[in-house]
Design a protein around this ligand. Structure first.
Ligand code: F3S
Length: 397
């Protein structure tokens, strides 16, 4: 891989030990993945933040980076952590877990990374321009950034995104190259697409069927930002899909070699069944990916004057940035007034959800229902927002 003179110097240690380590990592990665050179990035989004995910080994590694003088050279934010920093006790998080999670966040802070812990950084200030090269890790955010915002990123691991934060560079391969961003399959959507949940199911179903590549969706209407963000999450949860096109947003490959796949109601129903377990859910989780203000508003409206059943719970997940927006306050008050809890900086998949004491989670997000059975050893089910919430309310909706 070609390196400029400045990059050679960074690699050989002229910029300090941390920069050299970060360059070594990126050069090794670029060589393996066939990159021709490094390119500058505008921002990074770094995964591997939850203590539950990275454990003591990851914590020590991050503290080593910080001790070596690593500093982010471009705007860098974090994926959700393993707890709400204020309300961790209400989540059942232990003292030890809390203190180690705090050390992780302090290490990132020392490195100049903003401790904005969210999978929707684009809603709270880390929103790249169309055509910008970025190095992001969180799979749903990668899909959204490539497909909706028109930025360019591969799906980075936590360490490579951190190395990009330090060097301000990423290897040029994959989705950084315009020719690699063309559709590889056309998805003819014949299913009903009325709710946000339908978009989650569609994404999950297409990921399940094609596994990888770049789908171009045809026949999809009413795809707003919230629907595309939940579809991105579904696509990445069941497959490795980091980019898609919707209707006019994509460029149809006219070579005729592109595979065409029809998705009907039966296929969506099959995904729903696979993600649904027998039994009565006692915990509804809404906010995967993290809720936008509009989603908090819709949930508050849905709840009206109803109350969450005392034996059950409604947990809502959002970013601190959205939580602190003045327009969110009345919706959060309404959700909490109904007996729900709105947590920030974490989510149902990366926190120790099993410590909540609940046994069966229901969500309107296929990604949440896909991961929770393995991350929290709990039962999981998936359904549309209305019925997920109804399951934990006194007397239903
Ligand atoms: Fe975000 Fe957690 Fe879902 S990181 S996409 S809320 S699994």
């Amino acid at each position: 891989m070609f390196l400029s003179k400045e990059e050679e110097e960074m690699l050989s240690g002229e910029g300090g030990r941390a920069v050299s380590k970060a360059m070594q990592l990126l050069v090794a990665l670029g060589d393996v993945l066939g990159a021709d050179r490094l390119i500058p990035v505008e921002s990074t989004q770094i995964a591997g933040v939850s203590y539950g995910n990275i454990g003591d080994a990851g914590l020590e590694l991050l503290e080593d980076w910080a001790a070596d003088g690593a500093k982010a050279s471009v705007k860098s934010t974090l994926n959700p952590a393993g707890m709400d920093p204020q309300r961790w006790e209400e989540m059942g998080v232990s003292e030890e877990y809390h203190s180690k999670q705090q050390r992780i966040l302090r290490a990132f802070e020392t490195m100049g990374v903003e401790t904005t812990c969210t999978c929707t950084p684009y809603l709270v200030g880390n929103k790249p321009m169309r055509g910008a090269h970025i190095a992001w890790s969180e799979s749903s955010a990668v899909g959204y950034a490539n497909s909706v915002l028109g930025a360019m990123t591969n799906r980075e691991g936590g360490p490579s995104a951190l190395a990009s934060a330090i060097t301000g560079r990423t290897p040029r391969y994959g989705l950084h190259i315009p020719e690699n961003r063309r559709p590889t399959a056309v998805i003819d959507v014949k299913a009903r697409m009325n709710t946000t949940f339908d978009f989650s199911l569609l994404g999950y179903t297409v990921g399940r069927i094609i596994g990888s590549g770049i789908p171009l969706f045809e026949g999809v209407h009413g795809a707003d930002s919230d629907r595309l963000k939940i579809m991105s999450a579904g696509l990445a949860a069941s497959g490795g899909i980091a980019m898609f096109h919707v209707g006019g947003r994509g460029v149809r490959d006219d070579s005729g070699s592109v595979e065409k796949i029809c998705i009907d109601q039966k296929e969506l129903e099959l995904s729903r069944q696979r993600l649904t377990t027998e039994g009565e859910p006692d915990l509804a989780c809404i906010g995967c990916p993290h809720c936008s203000v509009q989603e908090l508003r819709d949930l508050a409206k849905l709840l009206g004057s109803r109350k969450v059943c005392s034996r059950k719970a409604l947990w809502v997940w959002t970013s601190r940035g959205v939580y602190n927006m003045p327009e969110s306050k009345r919706y959060i008050d309404a959700i909490e007034g109904a007996g729900g809890k709105v947590f920030t900086d974490t989510c149902m998949v990366v926190c120790p959800l099993e410590r909540s004491g609940y046994k069966h989670m229901v969500s309107n997000s296929c990604k949440a229902a896909h991961y929770v059975p393995s991350t929290a050893a709990m039962k999981a089910s998936v359904t549309e927002l209305y019925s997920a919430v109804e399951k934990v309310l006194e007397g239903g909706l």
